[in-house]
Design a protein around this ligand. Structure first.
Ligand code: SF4
Ligand code: SF4
Length: 498
């Protein structure tokens, strides 16, 4: 299977530049398939009511340029829609804050929530994880759909691009079921289940300013300077992962699951990239997400998942006690939070029930529910991201300088300048990283040895080592822990005594 991906440089969200670059990317991708349906649905990424400069949502200028491309083909009515992770206030506020509402005024399109047209239960023999999914009727019935995704990192799935964007066509209850599994692989399979129901005809990825770090909501905007287009979501995501610095994009579970089902290329040679060379794609010092188990070989990943832990932790000073975290938790692990008229209590995470999906972190509007890395996770993160490959050797990742222009109530990025510096001198840092990975493998092998010696399950041995690291080196448990997890601390303490 040969898939074409068109890529074009785009240094800013200047309307003229975006329109020109998008047209070029689409042309390089072989053009959009003919539109035979009377109307067109653009499935945007409108995860939360965030201003465009936060890089959480598909930029409105990219959406406007897509509308322009559709209009070049014919005068089709266009509808732009998504289901956010949670309706914080109202659909109008979501559209207004993301800048998408303005497109209804200036481009004559309609905007709204995907769920507004109702939901339909779908089941398929090709599902690997889901037995049934409740999906937007509007999306299922759309004769022509363009997927307008955003390049972001994701604390749970590593990256968020074209395939992950289709997760938003399901309703909240289906998404909670997907998230309720502690297994990343099962989540990835569930996302691909949803994608496989009805893949959009064409895919566009907004990578002008993407998100690095702990995305998809609370990462850092990162200037990248590309627009991508193609008929294969997996191929576009593959190129995006290469930009993010993944040498083998199939180490990302969603991409691997999609490739295994034949939904796109299974090797790089099956992608024809037009508009750039592969070697110039990786963005210097791009900070990947905290999904660190990807660093380990497959046979050690189960082990690593127990050892390297990223859990939600409340930062009270940022919490506005809105209660959203409790509502999005798929396993009801957040209790005693604000409810009804009682808005005085802070949410409390039940560590025993928590499956570490980090949905609460993702949907918290203020970032108060932080993604806390334990010591092995911090060690792994510093090993992986602390040394940024660059032409001059190892140095910290450059901080992007962004300038913004305010139009009405919306602030849009208007920064000029080069998108990023290419880098080919990766060898010294790569060998250093490889050496340090060996240290992490040593952690895992220690757990196996402990399990064999004490005749216990490997997961328990991992837990012991994990906990010993936290207690022995961090010295946090046993008094210094936050009030909201005090009960669990005592349980941990009792366990340590035993
Ligand atoms: S942690 Fe975040 S989502 Fe939860 S109540 Fe506080 S502000 Fe709201
Ligand atoms: S508390 Fe947060 S991380 Fe844990 S299961 Fe609930 S939403 Fe997921």
């Amino acid at each position: 299977m040969i898939c074409e991906v068109g890529i074009a440089r785009c240094a800013s969200y200047d309307p003229g530049e975006v329109a020109e670059s998008l047209a070029l990317a689409i042309e390089r991708a072989g053009g959009m398939p003919p539109i035979e349906s009377p109307d067109v649905l653009i499935k945007a990424n409108l995860l939360s009511p965030s201003a465009p400069d936060r890089a959480v949502t598909t930029h409105p200028e990219v959406l406007r340029a897509i509308v322009g491309e559709v209009r070049k083909i014919g005068n089709h009515p266009v509808h732009i829609a998504d289901n956010p992770g949670y309706i914080f206030t109202s659909a109008e506020a979501l559209m207004d804050r993301t800048g998408v509402g303005r497109l209804a005024e200036i481009e004559g399109v309609t905007v709204g929530l995907l769920a507004e047209g109702g939901l339909r239960s779908v089941s398929s023999g090709s599902f690997r994880v889901l037995s049934e999914a409740r999906v937007s009727k509007r999306y299922l019935d759309a004769g022509y759909c363009i997927n307008a995704a955003k390049l972001k990192t994701h604390v749970e799935t590593e990256t968020s691009g074209c395939i992950k964007n289709i997760f938003g066509t399901a309703d909240t209850s289906t998404r909670k079921i997907c998230h309720s599994s502690a297994s990343q692989r099962r989540l990835a399979e569930a996302i691909v289940d949803l994608f496989s129901i009805r893949p959009p005809q064409f895919h566009i990825l907004d990578a002008v300013v993407g998100m690095e770090g702990d995305g998809p909501s609370h990462g850092t905007p990162r200037r990248i300077g590309f627009l991508l287009a193609g008929r294969s979501a997996l191929a576009v995501d593959w190129v995006a992962a290469t930009i993010m610095g993944y040498e083998n994009p199939l180490c990302i579970p969603v991409l691997d699951a999609a490739s295994a089902r034949g939904l796109g290329p299974s090797r790089r040679s099956e992608i024809t990239l037009r508009g750039a060379e592969w070697g110039e794609l990786p963005a210097v010092g791009f900070k990947k997400s905290s999904g660190l188990v990807r660093m380990f070989p497959t046979f050690l990943r189960g082990l690593a998942h127990s050892l390297v832990s990223i859990t939600p932790r409340l930062e009270r000073e940022k919490c506005v006690r809105c209660g959203i975290c409790g509502k999005v938790c798929p396993v009801n692990a957040i209790s005693d939070g604000p409810s009804g008229a009682d808005r005085k209590r802070y949410p409390k995470v039940n560590r025993r029930s928590c499956v570490r999906c980090l949905c609460c972190h993702e949907m918290c509007p203020t970032g108060a529910m932080a993604a806390h890395k334990n010591l092995p996770a911090r060690l792994a993160a510093s090993l992986r991201d602390g040394f940024s490959p660059s032409p001059g050797g190892c140095r910290p990742a450059p901080t992007p300088t962004l300038r913004f222009r305010t139009v009405g109530s919306t602030t849009w990025d208007q920064s000029p300048g080069p998108p990023f510096i290419g880098c080919r001198e990766l060898a010294p840092c790569r060998s250093l990283r490889q050496s340090l990975k060996v240290l992490l493998y040593f952690f895992c092998i220690s757990a196996v040895a402990l399990a064999l010696r004490q005749n216990m399950p490997v997961s328990s041995a991992c837990g012991k080592i994990n906990f010993a690291c936290s207690v022995g080196i961090e010295g946090r448990h046993g008094g210094g822990i936050r009030d909201d997890v005090q009960g669990d601390t005592e349980t941990f303490g009792a366990r340590l005594q035993r």
